[in-house]
Every structure is written in C-alpha cells, then in structure tokens.
Design a protein around this ligand. Structure first.
Ligand SMILES: NC(=O)c1ccc[n+]([C@@H]2O[C@H](COP(=O)([O-])OP(=O)(O)OC[C@H]3O[C@@H](n4cnc5c(N)ncnc54)[C@H](O)[C@@H]3O)[C@@H](O)[C@H]2O)c1
Length: 345
C-alpha cells in the first residue's frame, strides 16, 4: 500500500460578514447540527477538555477563554475557540465578546482556517438554547410566555433562533438591570416583527412569575435570584449565563446540562449547588440523555438547562461555515501563510 497523500492545506481567513452570510436563515439546519454534535459528544466521538480561563489581576471583570476540542463522525475536525469577554466594552459601544476560531486539519494538524467567531459562538449558543427549549418542553404544555433576563447580544440570538424554529409567544417579557439594554432589545423585537405582546418588567421576580420559559443571558458573576417561590409555576429555564440562580433554586429543580464535568466548574450555579449539597444527585442528566430517552423530565418541578458551552459546537458550526464559504467560491486564502516547508531548506 502506498503512503497516504498528505500536504500542507491552504490557510484561509473568514470574516464576520462571510460567517453571517453563511449562517443567515439556516437556523433550523444549525439546530439540527448542534443536536447531531451533542449526540456525537454523548457517544464519545469527541475530545473536549476543560476550557482554560485566562484572568487578569488588573482587569478582574475581564477574561479570555480557550476552548480546544476535536470532533469525529462526519465533521472530523480539530481546533480551538479563543474568546474574550470584556463586559466594560458595552458601555463603550462595542460588543462584550470577541473571538476567533482556528480549524486544524485532521491528518496533518495544520491550521487551515481562522474564522471570526463571535457570531459562530452566539449562533451555537442560541441553537443549543432553542434545542433545549424544544426537548425540555416535550412532556408539558408548550410555553406561550417567554421572558428574557439580560438582553444583550445573546438574548437577541436566542430570540431569533426560537422564532425561526417555530416558537411564537403570546407575551415576551424583558428585564435588564440597564434600562437602555431593555429598551434596545424591545426596539429590536418590535423592528423584527416578533409576535407577542412585549412587556418590560422592572424586577426579575415579576418577569419570572409571568413567564413559562425563562432565559437568563446576563453577565452576573454570582447568583442574584434566590427565592425558590418565584418558580412555583414550574417554568423551563434556559440558564445560559450559568451564574444567576442561587444553589437552592438549582436543588429544587430538575437539572439538565450539556456536559456534567464541564458544568460543575468555575462557580456556575450547578457548581455552587454541588458544594452546598455535597453530591451531584441534583443533576438529572445531559441534553443528550433527554434526546436519547435515557432521562425523562418530570412536569411537576422547574427544569433548568445549564449549557456550559462546548468547544465541539464551535467546531461543528465553524466547519459548516467553512464548507459553505468554500461551496460559494468565496474562500479567501492567504498565499504562502506557511512558509519554509522544506526540511533542509
Ligand atoms: N453557556 C454558553 O454557552 C454561553 C455562550 C455565550 C455566552 N454566554 C453568556 O451569555 C451571557 C450574555 O452574553 P451577551 O453577549 O449577551 O452579554 P451582553 O453584555 O451583551 O449583555 C448582558 C446583559 O445582561 C445585563 N445584566 C447583567 N447583570 C444583570 C442582572 N443581574 N440582572 C439583569 N440584567 C443583567 C446587562 O445589563 C446586559 O444588558 C454572558 O454571561 C455570556 O458569558 C454563555
């Protein structure tokens, strides 16, 4: 047998504008892709080590996270997302998060693409939230009142994904500690023709009590919602920002995560709940467990989905974008990016 042909792949750079073009209007497809990726991850066809958090003593609210990962199956790509979160950016009028995604070739390890990745990250997060909303409401009455706590970019993407995957609501609740953010999100909902009455709530309590689907997308670093009775009506909670709920609320709910080891870290609310309870019995399973029927979600309790956010999802969506840009003939290759390739010059 002859040796397999391997060569240095061309290196491409994909801009945010290209990423957005490749993903726009494909929400259902992306939710399907995220679902397939969760299944591959659940079946062990991935390598997804813990994210690495780079923090700075002189800028305590900021961080940059590295998410290395490898995904097998039909996607078959390695890589890493490198994503900054600088919350003070928002006051300066630029987005909090910025990111790049590097894709590495399966056979040679060579990086073959660098993609703008804040859109990919928001997209895979919103797709995972929409998938969670669908899977976790199957055994109960479909929510008609959604409420968003924290109304920045991620909330906007999640609303877009819910709407594009068939959700319509009688009421959309909005709450943000910044009145300007709440007004901005409201304006976006009105402009995008979102179905449903839009209600801006002054308190998280009011919003939670009047929503049967609650989305947390704040930048809270520690729990700010602590009263279990606010959840007496057993809502489905998409706890995307991970640190909003007091551990008592987590312990009083059915808890579904994307990956157990990932989610019980970095002072997330489930991590705090583990410390309070001294065990992990409050975790009922992963979304993949629910999709595969290994876990059923009871109706008589709140259900909290806490997706830590897996690097494999970024890879899957990033590879989708790469293939799409290639298919359209728009791949911008950087000539001679890898240079000095002869062993002895
Ligand atoms: N789990 C995942 O996979 C994943 C992926 C991407 C982003 N996220 C998280 O989503 C969150 C939102 O991201 P974003 O880009 O939309 O941020 P953003 O800064 O654009 O918006 C966050 C909003 O939350 C509001 N807020 C902060 N604390 C609040 C509180 N206690 N009550 C009400 N509102 C509050 C802010 O005023 C702001 O409007 C971040 O925490 C981010 O880490 C999670």
């Amino acid at each position: 047998m002859s040796a397999p042909q391997v060569g240095v792949p061309p290196f491409a750079v994909i801009s945010g504008a290209q990423v957005q073009r490749a993903l726009r209007g494909r929400e259902k497809q992306i939710v399907g892709l995220v679902e397939a990726t969760y299944r591959l991850h659940g079946a062990g066809e991935s390598v997804n080590p813990p994210s690495y958090f780079l923090r700075f003593p002189d800028r305590p609210s900021a961080r940059i996270i590295a998410l290395p990962a490898s995904i097998g199956g039909p996607i078959r790509v390695d890589g890493m997302k490198w994503i900054s979160s600088f919350p003070d950016n928002v006051a300066a009028g630029i987005p909090r998060a910025s990111a790049v995604l590097i894709l590495n070739d399966h056979d040679t390890g060579y990086p073959f693409a660098c993609l703008e990745s804040s859109i990919i990250s928001a997209t895979r997060t919103a797709a995972s939230a929409a998938l969670g909303a669908d899977m976790l409401t199957r055994g109960r009455a479909r929510p008609t009142r959604v409420g968003f706590i924290g109304t920045g970019l991620i909330a906007r993407y999640i609303h877009t994904f819910l709407a594009a995957t068939g959700w319509s609501f009688d009421e959309i609740g909005v709450h943000d500690m910044s009145a300007a953010s709440a007004a901005g999100f409201r304006g976006h909902l009105e402009q995008s023709g979102a179905a449903g009455r839009i209600m801006v709530h002054d308190s998280a309590e009011e919003l939670i009590r009047s929503s049967d689907l609650v989305v947390f997308a704040t930048v809270a670093g520690r729990p700010h919602v602590g009263d279990v009775s606010w959840f007496d009506h057993n809502p489905v909670v998409l706890h995307v920002s991970l640190r909003d709920l007091a551990p008592e609320i987590v312990l009083a709910s059915t808890n579904i995560v994307d990956d157990v080891e990932h989610c019980l870290k970095a002072d997330t609310s489930p991590h705090l709940a583990e410390q309070l309870a001294g065990n992990r019995d409050f975790l009922h399973g992963t979304l993949d467990d629910v999709m595969a029927g290994r876990v059923t979600v009871p109706t008589g309790r709140p259900v909290v989905f806490s997706p830590f956010g897996l690097g494999v999802l970024d890879l899957a969506v990033g590879k989708y974008v790469y293939d799409e840009v290639t298919r359209c003939g728009e791949l911008q290759v950087i000539d001679h990016f890898f240079h000095d390739l002869r062993r002895y010059g």
